[in-house]
Design a binder for this molecule. Structure first.
Ligand code: URA
Length: 226
């Protein structure tokens, strides 16, 4: 039996997941194998948002496990983290048949789940992967190519300032997480506020390189402490 509770009223990820598993709010429900809710650390500082499950994800119930998933995993490991250190979710939680684009009404029906995930996890940085996640979370119709690498603060969840987000893992992710000297630029949509600054922590760390165990431990603790 479908669970039609309001996702925005959920006060825990477990409660939200239960609602998602019973959701039949859009046309994707009848054709899905599993609901791909999201995985990772419920207190993650870094959260990735993709478009929606593909076949491998639909069968396994876990986001980003197919080819794109292997690439994402290697990007995450490239910054000294593991999938368990971050959170990974999608705009739509059910696979669009044949991997077609999710439709506006499907995105609208599913977005309360992603919004509530963002509220509950409250990550510091959201990396949007692809046009759908970028446009939804930045409230823009601008394509990913123009927005890529631009870090933005956003204030679209009530009064809460939600995380910075941008389309690809970039040296600015590392800067925003506080462990490189990568320049950080961010702005608040609609306010004209724009900042550029330089992180001063761990100035010797270089983005996009593999790290020894010791360095990785330092990075993780800076994620937790910052
Ligand atoms: N796998 C996912 O889970 N989401 C995507 O957007 C792409 C692949």
């Amino acid at each position: 039996m479908a669970d039609r509770g309001d996702p925005r009223a959920a006060t825990s990820l477990d409660a939200l997941r239960t609602l998602a598993l019973g959701c039949d709010a859009c046309a994707l429900a009848p054709t899905r194998t599993t609901v791909v809710f999201g995985v990772g650390d419920p207190r993650a500082r870094l959260l990735f948002v993709g478009e929606g499950p593909g076949e491998a994800e639909d069968l396994s119930g876990e986001p980003f496990v197919g080819r794109a998933g292997r690439l994402l995993t290697s990007l995450i490991e490239g910054i000294g983290l593991t999938r368990d250190d971050v959170y990974i979710a999608n705009v739509v939680k059910c696979r669009p048949p044949g991997n077609r684009d999710p439709r506006p009404e499907e995105i609208a029906a599913c977005s309360p789940f992603l919004e509530t995930q963002l509220d509950l996890i409250a990550p510091r940085v959201v990396v949007t992967l692809g046009n759908f996640a970028t446009q939804l979370l930045l409230g823009t119709r601008e394509g990913i190519t123009r927005l890529r690498g631009i870090l933005k603060a956003c204030t679209d969840h009530g009064n809460k300032v939600t995380p910075h987000m941008f389309p690809h893992i970039h040296s600015q992710v590392l800067g925003a997480l506080g462990y490189t000297d990568a320049p950080i630029e961010w702005g608040i949509p609609g306010t004209g506020v724009h900042h550029a600054r330089r992180s001063t922590t761990n100035r010797n760390n270089r983005p996009h390189q593999s790290h020894g165990k010791r360095e990785t431990r330092q990075k993780k603790s800076s994620l937790i402490d910052n």
